[in-house]
Write a protein that binds this ligand. Structure first.
Ligand SMILES: Nc1ncnc2c1ncn2[C@@H]1O[C@H](COP(=O)(O)OP(=O)(O)OP(=O)(O)O)[C@@H](O)[C@H]1O
Length: 317
């Protein structure tokens, strides 16, 4: 389905760069004398209209980040802004507005996304009833078509597959034209084929509606469906994989994926653990600044070798 058949209320022209901006985000959970630092200075920027996946091992802080971005939890320190809204200083009333209009969510549990006794079209129309959006049924029908689940319009969730339920859930999440769509493990309960359908449907919604989309998952295959994948490790963004398509000499398309380390505002970066392990780096490393790159060396003094002298800086005595 093309965009012109779906009336868009999304005004992407008013979007400013950096629809999601988290800086030095910290979330500490404390209880029974134990403190857990779920987020340890996380920095993340997602521009308007981008589709980004956040991946990471269990316990790395993905859900904590998403719960904060959805306005259900507040960070202990740092800053978090979504579509210009400061999540640390929202009033209760602003929070309701934020959750109703600025962000849409898709949760892992299909049962959490849909009302079981309503049909698909009624589920999609429901958030629009609360927002008093006109022409609800037509928009709901158009969204179901966009998500390729028009055939489910009159079915209740129990008569749909898991993948169909999640695609209807995406339609519900974007019903009120949010600026940002957040999804927490949207394919967590699905088989591989259904997961691909849901991820492709989310990609379609991102492309057609221009809604900034963040998918949080532990499924590394999500990288095949998005152009940017951010890896969280120990409550911090560590690396990013950017994918692009280029033409080779014969004019054939090929997909290229490049991995980058994330560097924060003050210059901190985390080396990939396989680099650290393969060179047995620990405690400290020696850095050398070259014309267009930085070199990282194992601390030779630990190995009992003489430490090579650093080159004197030009102009120094
Ligand atoms: N309410 C809470 N109270 C105490 N600790 C918590 C709470 N929520 C999360 N944590 C801890 O914070 C850390 C990060 O948890 P989080 O759920 O964000 O990770 P995750 O990457 O989403 O993991 P998973 O993929 O298993 O869902 C974990 O060590 C977790 O045990």
């Amino acid at each position: 389905m093309s965009v012109d058949t779906l009336e868009l209320e999304q005004d992407v022209t008013t979007s400013v760069p950096g629809d999601i901006r988290c800086e030095d985000l910290v979330r500490i959970f404390s209880g029974q004398g134990v403190e857990v630092q779920a987020l340890q200075g996380l920095t993340l920027r997602v521009d308007a209209g981008e589709l980004v996946a956040v991946v990471g091992a269990s316990g790395s802080g993905k859900s904590t980040l998403l719960t904060i971005l959805s306005g259900l939890d507040t960070p202990s320190a740092g800053s978090a802004r979504v579509a210009g809204v400061d999540l640390l200083s929202m009033t209760a009333k602003q929070r309701v507005q934020y959750q109703r209009h600025t962000v849409g969510f898709v949760w892992q549990q299909t049962s959490r996304n849909l009302v079981p006794y309503l049909t698909a079209v009624e589920n999609v129309a429901l958030p629009m009833v609360l927002a008093r959006t006109p022409d609800r049924e037509r928009r709901a029908t158009d969204l179901l078509k966009l998500l390729d689940v028009a055939h489910c319009a009159d079915r209740t969730p129990s008569r749909m597959s898991g993948g169909e339920q999640q695609r209807v859930a995406v339609a519900v999440a974007v019903a009120n034209s949010p600026r940002v769509l957040l999804a927490d493990e949207p394919t967590g309960e699905l088989d591989e084929a259904s997961s691909v359908e849901v991820l492709e449907a989310m990609r379609g919604v991102n492309a057609e509606l221009g809604v900034t989309t963040l998918i949080v998952t532990h499924d590394p295959t999500v990288s095949d469906h998005v152009r940017r994948t951010v890896q969280i490790r120990d409550g911090r963004t560590s690396t990013e994989v950017l994918r692009r398509t280029e033409l080779d000499e014969a004019g054939a398309e090929r997909h290229v994926a490049e991995e980058f380390a994330v560097i924060d505002r003050v210059g901190r970066l985390q080396l990939p653990s396989d680099y650290v392990q393969s060179l047995e780096l620990r405690d400290r490393v020696r850095l050398a600044l070259e014309a267009d790159h930085v070199e990282v060396y194992r601390d030779a003094s630990r190995d009992g070798h003489a430490v090579p002298e650093a080159e004197p800086e030009e102009g120094s005595r």
